[in-house]
Design a protein around this ligand. Structure first.
Ligand code: FEO
Length: 400
């Protein structure tokens, strides 16, 4: 049975949700599920904007058939070829053999990599600012390479001022009946997942996102239709501001994140004491994470949110504790920059973690490592409270 949502009198959401998948891209936990959005425009020509992941193909085709209501499908616009959006493209082509595929030249190559159907015979190849009139509506195309793959483009409906934004403005989280962002408490219930989605999936490509945002600023946008998560028709500027912040690697909040790697609890104890001293100084909403038990995608997201990080790690096998090492290498891979960092190191027979963390941070852009790294030999000793207090003061002062 179909499950369709009406967006406008001639525009329909025909996507679906997956609450069973444990790991998105087999990498990112999605306890709230995920949606794969697909949209149909019922104009003189019928147009589908992207397909969906294989996991929800049955729901998707039932939805599509219900909306088409006996009409054929004239076009599919392929904005993005990652399989969470293109896995059902092959079946779509088989079901609608006369349909044309609207895409750019790079997309044609990627389609050939994934599929064997004759895309050259079906492709309507578009480039920047080309237009396609479908009756009442005119669509135009904006190239958005590396948001999140090289072939990505976004499509703008000039008639209704709707931007089909591909992965941009997407988020983890299954739809719970409410399609529109103004029907949910997005800031309370969705923002953390939106940030985790952006930072982990697209965060590495900040300059490309900035380029897209600049192009989009020239468009009058009344509605944002991303490929994951709610559709935006109100307060779009608020969400665009988040994207401007994240993609420029500016901290979203003046806040402290403490990430610790501790084996027997001694490094964790130091992190706890530091957190208490920070709180004594008036720092609020301190976020603390055990890197061993927190999935790196949450750590990445928090590092993008917070202006300050405290990294506390034990030395391990003559190197850095592997979970902290993973976190730091992920931070570098995602291009994080412009943060202030304080360090706590620990070791029982050779203390190397502070040096290694410092070197890792030196390999990132504009990371300000505060002086006064606290060095622990196995466990804190009397008198070391003062050095933790001093480090807390240095963090606090750098926040003023
Ligand atoms: Fe939602 Fe890059 O795919």
């Amino acid at each position: 049975m179909y499950c369709v949502k009406t967006i406008k009198e001639d525009l329909f959401w025909v996507g679906g949700t997956d609450r069973r998948l444990a790991l998105f891209e087999n990498a990112f936990p999605i306890p709230r599920g995920v949606s794969y959005n697909s949209y149909v425009l019922m104009d003189e020509k019928t147009v589908l904007f992207d397909t969906v992941d294989r996991a929800i193909s049955q729901q998707f085709f039932e939805n599509l058939e219900a909306v088409l209501n006996g009409r054929s499908l004239d076009y599919v616009v392929v904005d993005h070829m990652e399989p969470d959006h293109c896995a059902t493209l092959g079946e779509l082509v088989a079901r609608y053999p006369d349909m044309q595929v609207v895409c750019n030249a790079k997309t044609v190559s990627v389609i050939k990599q994934f599929y064997n159907f004759d895309i050259d015979a079906k492709a309507v190849v578009v480039k920047e600012k080309d237009t396609l009139t479908t009756g009442k509506h005119t669509l135009t195309f904006v190239m958005a390479p590396m948001v999140h793959w090289p072939e990505v483009m976004v499509t703008y409906d000039m008639t209704d001022k709707i931007l089909f934004s591909a992965d941009a403005f997407g988020t983890f989280g299954a739809m719970n009946g409410n399609l529109f962002a103004d029907e949910v408490n997005f800031e309370r219930d969705w923002l953390d997942d939106a940030r985790r989605y952006y930072t982990n999936i697209v965060g590495k490509f900040g300059p490309s996102v900035q380029t897209l945002l600049k192009k989009a600023s020239a468009l009058e946008i009344e509605m944002l239709c991303p490929l994951h998560g709610p559709v935006w028709r109100e307060n779009i500027g608020w969400y665009v501001d988040k994207y401007l912040t994240w993609s420029s690697y500016a901290p979203e909040e003046k806040a402290v994140m403490i990430a610790y790697g501790s084996i027997y609890g001694n490094t964790e104890n130091a992190a706890n004491i530091l957190a208490c001293r920070l709180a004594d100084l008036g720092v609020k909403n301190i976020a603390m994470y055990d890197v061993s038990s927190t999935h790196p995608s949450y750590l990445i997201s928090e590092a993008f949110r917070c202006s300050h990080m405290v990294l506390a790690s034990v030395t391990y096998n003559g190197g850095l504790f592997s979970y902290m090492e993973h976190f730091l290498s992920d931070l570098k891979a995602h291009g994080l920059q412009n943060r202030t960092v304080a360090l706590i190191e620990n070791g029982s027979w050779g203390i190397l973690s502070g040096k290694i963390m410092g070197e890792a941070l030196a390999g990132m852009k504009n990371m300000n490592v505060l002086e006064g790294t606290v060095s622990i030999k196995s466990s804190l000793k009397d008198g070391q409270e003062a050095s933790l207090e001093a480090l807390a003061k240095a963090v606090w002062e750098s926040m003023q």
